[in-house]
Design a protein around this ligand. Structure first.
Ligand code: AMP
Ligand code: ZN
Ligand code: FE
Ligand code: FE
Length: 280
């Protein structure tokens, strides 16, 4: 049984439609795929319906933009009730913050000599309710300023980069509590990726587990090297956290994140889904 619990469609900043993503999951031999678009549930109904047609189990997910001490933390939520009022209100705020920061980023890009217009970015956003930096990157590629998304991030858009503008994100403790209140299970995405260990050191992960009932951490992720994976796996064992693995697939938007390149143990999925059922 092959299980990938973290993927993005073009409902946020991936490039496949939810239907295409599920078809591709089937083509690469996945039995289970979770769609986890950033800060929106808008692609889930389509993905679930397609999964029923082509015999792929689609887990309802979402990647929630959280923060700790002003540094971003991504929280994977599984099986939440998308209508739960507390979470829905916070998601509105996060999505508003995504749109609100756009003008600031565009002003900086103009100052840096690589201008793109709001119209050009919104053309990349399309119908997505969740405007992301990758959409800005795509507009920069189309304008001929950079070769690809990676160059746009490395030179301009990455956290702390010259065109980075912070946006509203939910304190991670509150994010976990909101996911639970909405009947879901919470897993921290790529906790130590991109040099982020200082944002979530072991004592903080320990506290999130003991005081907030965090269910798990994503260990097998392309942003974690083998040594980091070994250390995180050990820590998860000590803290009683579930260990997941996933691709963080974004279609052609992210290289080296092919569907199924990391997978999750079936027992872990069972434990997560049992948790979802018991919270509801
Ligand atoms: P946003 O949702 O606007 O905060 O942007 C987050 C998205 O940007 C996610 O898809 C990340 O994978 C991607 N991203 C963040 N940092 C980088 C980076 N340094 N290089 C490439 N992609 C990145
Ligand atoms: Zn993304
Ligand atoms: Fe993420
Ligand atoms: Fe992701």
């Amino acid at each position: 049984m092959r299980i990938d619990l973290h993927t993005h469609s073009n409902i946020s900043d991936g490039t496949d439609t939810p239907t295409e993503l599920v078809d591709r999951a089937r083509a690469v031999g996945l039995d289970v795929v979770a769609l986890t678009d950033h800060d929106t549930f808008a692609g889930l109904d389509e993905a679930v319906a397609r999964g029923e047609q082509v015999d792929v189990q689609v887990v309802r997910g979402m990647e929630l933009s959280c923060a700790r001490e002003r540094q971003s933390v991504h929280l994977l939520a599984y099986g939440v009730d998308s209508e739960a009022p507390g979470l829905a209100a916070e998601l509105e705020k996060v999505r508003g913050g995504r749109l609100g920061r756009l003008g600031g980023v565009l002003a900086r890009l103009a100052d840096l000599g690589v201008p793109v217009t709001e119209e050009e970015v919104l053309a990349e956003v399309g119908e997505s309710p969740s405007v992301g930096r990758p959409h800005i990157a795509d507009a920069m590629v189309k304008a001929g300023h950079v070769a690809d998304r990676t160059e746009a991030f490395d030179r301009f858009l990455a956290d702390g980069g010259p065109a980075h503008v912070p946006r509203y994100a939910i304190p991670v403790e509150r994010g976990i509590d909101l996911v639970h209140a909405a009947g879901g299970a919470a897993v921290i995405a790529h906790p130590w990726g991109r040099g982020r260990e200082h944002v979530l050191p072991p004592e903080v992960l320990s506290r999130l587990a003991s005081d907030h009932g965090l269910e798990g951490i994503e260990v097998d992720h392309q942003d974690h090297d083998p040594k980091t994976r070994t250390r995180l796996r050990g820590l998860a064992g000590e803290l009683g956290l579930l260990v997941t693995g996933s691709s963080d697939y974004h279609g052609t938007g992210k290289l080296d994140h092919d569907l199924g390149c990391n997978t999750t143990d079936p027992d872990v999925l069972s434990a997560l889904l049992a948790r979802v059922a018991s919270v509801g």
